[in-house]
Design a protein around this ligand. Structure first.
Ligand SMILES: [Zn+2]
Length: 60
């Protein structure tokens, strides 16, 4: 299982409708809040959904 922290950049398996697939994590906990780096839209996902949808963390 991956360990996520606020400010991590993650790549999703499936891109956002805007075409971007890089998101920044804004909140972690029972639910994750993430912002699309391309269109700035913010989404909430349950931890379970986030773990399913995140492909990997971006190496900085
Ligand atoms: Zn987007």
């Amino acid at each position: 299982m991956m360990n996520f922290e606020v400010s991590d950049i993650v790549i999703l398996k499936k891109p956002h409708p805007c075409g971007g697939n890089e998101f920044q994590i804004l909140r972690v906990g029972m639910d994750f809040k993430m912002r699309c780096l391309k269109c700035s839209h913010e989404i909430w996902l349950t931890r379970r959904d986030a773990e399913k949808r995140i492909k990997h963390k971006k190496e900085n």
